[in-house]
Design a protein around this ligand. Structure first.
Ligand SMILES: Nc1ncnc2c1ncn2[C@@H]1O[C@H](COP(=O)(O)OP(=O)(O)OP(=O)(O)O)[C@@H](O)[C@H]1O
Ligand SMILES: [Mg+2]
Length: 392
């Protein structure tokens, strides 16, 4: 039987989080792509300022699943530096955007060619055949609209090829990705699974499993609130909003630039300033330590108020809710503000994850638990069938 590698992939609007194999590797790649015009080598390897493949992802993609087949893209960090970079638009559907597939295929290909994993797969000269068992997710809204089925069959239906172009270490390699199985989970439900199950699908949180809970996932561009009752997501009650933290981070960056004349490279730099343990909310301006607390406080408090309104609204409609968990990168950034607002206002029973990694990797961890459990069960079934066949 051919090896089929487990991949649990959360294609977030802000970044992709992926966990592979026996938890042996993971990848986190900014969800940014830039299309290259063909027949024009825009970059040369000597122009890449790093030898890390993650900083120089440059690929051509062949797949019937893509609306735009055979196109060339810069992906992740390399795309960030390009002037035609595209990030996902808040109103778009993840399941229908080429960008979602481009990021997914590039992430899997990167896993397949890495020195540690490549031995698992068949390789013929510079072509690697990589089989994956994929667990991934879509926003509740899209699952409600039934878009998961089409997304799944697009993935299962064909071979998807990623060709590494001017990428350090991997230039010239091609990866043929085939899916043995694809599971598409609704995002909010996945977060619930992560709270109540461990990696072997054992219940780890008996108190929580039968409670009515809300999970407010504050991402880069969107916020999803899942309503959980009777161990299931209540599809009708769940809601998605086009409100994330990216805009606030961008605004902070802009105000720091206009007020202090300091140019920060990215939103990630802003996150660092507002979450660092030492000297939080301070930057260096011409060599002097300077507070930017006034700027960050005002903008983040404003966003926290909007998030709190969303919570209040959903809680009103689900009055028997016992607890709300805040997850996602946005929960990390807004934690203190939301706690303060809640103490001064309605005093809901809310909770956060102390470990920011746990908060940000929530979905990917959940998909991993679900897909590895699925694989374990199905391979047991085939074992049983095989044994029966032997006995017969
Ligand atoms: N420790 C951290 N490391 C990186 N980013 C962080 C961190 N804490 C907060 N963030 C920020 O939180 C925001 C949301 O990140 P998250 O990974 O939850 O979004 P996403 O899942 O990619 O987006 P969405 O849920 O909208 O699809 C990002 O803008 C990110 O910059
Ligand atoms: Mg997310």
């Amino acid at each position: 039987m051919t090896y089929s590698r487990i991949a649990a992939v959360d294609v977030g609007n802000d970044s992709i989080k992926a966990i592979f194999g026996q938890l042996d590797s993971e990848l986190n790649i900014p969800n940014v792509i830039a299309r290259d015009i063909e027949d024009r080598p825009v970059i040369g390897i000597e122009e890449l300022d790093s030898k890390d493949p993650l900083d120089g992802l440059h690929v051509r993609l062949h797949s019937p699943a893509l609306a735009d087949n055979n196109a060339i893209y810069r992906i992740g960090n390399l795309a960030t530096k390009s002037n035609n970079a595209t990030e996902l638009d808040p109103g778009s559907s993840k399941s229908e955007e080429d960008q979602t597939l481009i990021m997914l295929f590039a992430t899997l290909a990167l896993d397949a060619v890495s020195a540690r994993n490549e031995k698992h797969f068949q390789r013929n000269k510079n072509v690697i055949d990589a089989n994956y068992t994929l667990g991934t997710g879509l926003p509740l809204r899209e699952v409600k609209e039934g878009k998961d089925a089409g997304y799944r069959s697009k993935l299962l239906g064909s071979v998807h090829q990623v060709e590494f172009l001017i990428t350090p270490k991997y230039q010239g390699l091609k990866v043929n990705i085939k899916f043995d199985e694809v599971k598409v989970y609704p995002e909010g439900f996945a977060a619930f699974i992560n709270l109540v199950l461990d990696n072997n699908a054992n219940i780890i949180n008996k108190e929580l499993i039968d409670k009515r809970i809300l999970i407010q996932d504050i991402g880069g561009l969107s916020t999803d609130i899942a309503v959980i009752k009777n161990r299931n997501v209540d599809d009708d009650k769940a809601q998605g909003f086009n409100l994330g933290v990216s805009e606030a981070l961008e605004q902070i960056r802009e105000e720091i630039r206009s007020k202090h004349g300091v140019e920060l490279d990215s939103r990630r730099d802003v996150v660092e300033i507002i979450t660092k343990k030492n000297d939080r909310n301070h930057i260096m301006v011409r060599g002097s330590r300077t507070s930017v607390h006034d700027i960050t406080d005002r903008i983040l408090l404003d966003l926290a108020k909007k998030q709190y309104r969303l919570l209040r609204n959903i809680w009103q409609k689900n009055s028997q809710t016992e607890i709300c968990y805040f997850v996602g990168g946005g929960a990390t950034v807004l934690k203190d503000y939301l706690k303060t607002l809640n103490n001064n206002l309605d005093g809901y029973n809310i909770d956060f994850f102390e470990d920011e990694k746990e908060s940000i990797w929530m979905m990917a961890n959940a998909y991993y638990k679900l897909i590895s459990d699925f694989k374990k069960k199905t391979s047991k079934e085939t074992d049983v069938k095989d044994q029966k066949a032997v006995k017969a």
